[in-house]
Design a protein around this ligand. Sequence first.
Ligand code: F6R
Length: 356
Amino acid sequence: MNAIDLDDLKAIEKIDEDGMLKAIEDFPLQCQEAVDLARGLSFDIPSDMRSVVVLGMGGSGIGGDIAKVLLEDELRIPFLVNKGYLLPRFVDDRTLCFAVSYSGNTEETLSGFDQAVERGCPVISITTGGLLGNKAEERSLPIVKIPKGLQPRAALGYLSLPILVVLERMALIGDKGQDIQETLAILDERTKNFSPHKPLSQNEAKMLATRLCGKVPVIYGSDGPTAVAALRWKCQFNENSKVPAFWNVFPELNHNETVGWELLRDITTEHFLLLLLRDAEESERVKKRVEITRSLIEGRFGGASEVWSGGKSRLARTFSLIYLGDFVSFYLAALNGVNPSPVERISVLKRRLSEE
Ligand code: F6R
């Protein structure tokens, strides 16, 4: 099958049957709406919490990973993202808990919610409804009710920013108004720069997708913003573009994976493409590590690209990178001739599990 021309708007529209592109293009608006929703939420939680736990899986759980990265240089209490059925023992009535599930029906998150309620945690749910919405409503617990009709991974603004706003309102972190304004301005600019209307020759997202076509992305991040962006890029390649992808982070990868590219006998390594996510704030030591690692392993790959974050605040730097990845994974889906929206295997798996 011949890959489509990424400047052919009609061809893109035909593949994108369920409107993933519109959801991506509306992301800046979604972020603004998410902030407004959380600013209007009424809740009454003492501010002397000793820890924060976010419950969530996949496209919802990464909302917690992002919040964690955005706050780690500021929040003075531990912040854990719990991705599984069981809550760790330390979680108690002085743990502020966010239960995040777009559908509201994810069993791991529901299990964590039940345990959190049992232990007396203040719980705020972020969901469109589902069982989580029902459970929270029955107990009159606060809910950030977000709009239905998106794929969870396309609702990232709704699933991450309310956590930030609630912590800001509890004075656990400082005011984020300026960072949010900066981020929205950068996202707006990127919507134009990565739009299908921008021709391939001037469109970084289309160019990267073209380089990636037929290759397996290996995405490396480092401190905070690039680490969580690397995870997001990997998940978006999996779910939007339907390809395998791998991610890792500096400096840890220098202690194992760097050696792992040494001896690949029967696997043609030129089918892997190395993507290095970079950030102006990465430490000098990490900068050095990235440069040395690239020179050591680049020859094993079918190519390498560096992608830099934009903006000043952590929020802008994180979201600018994530947003580029969303567009790249979308264009890669188009080149692969697949509708980016459905995640058939996840749906089948959840259905089979519920039949047990
Ligand atoms: C689908 C997606 C998945 C879901 C995950 C959890 O777009 O991204 O990773 O997010 O299966 O489901 P929810 O988000 O409904 O709790």
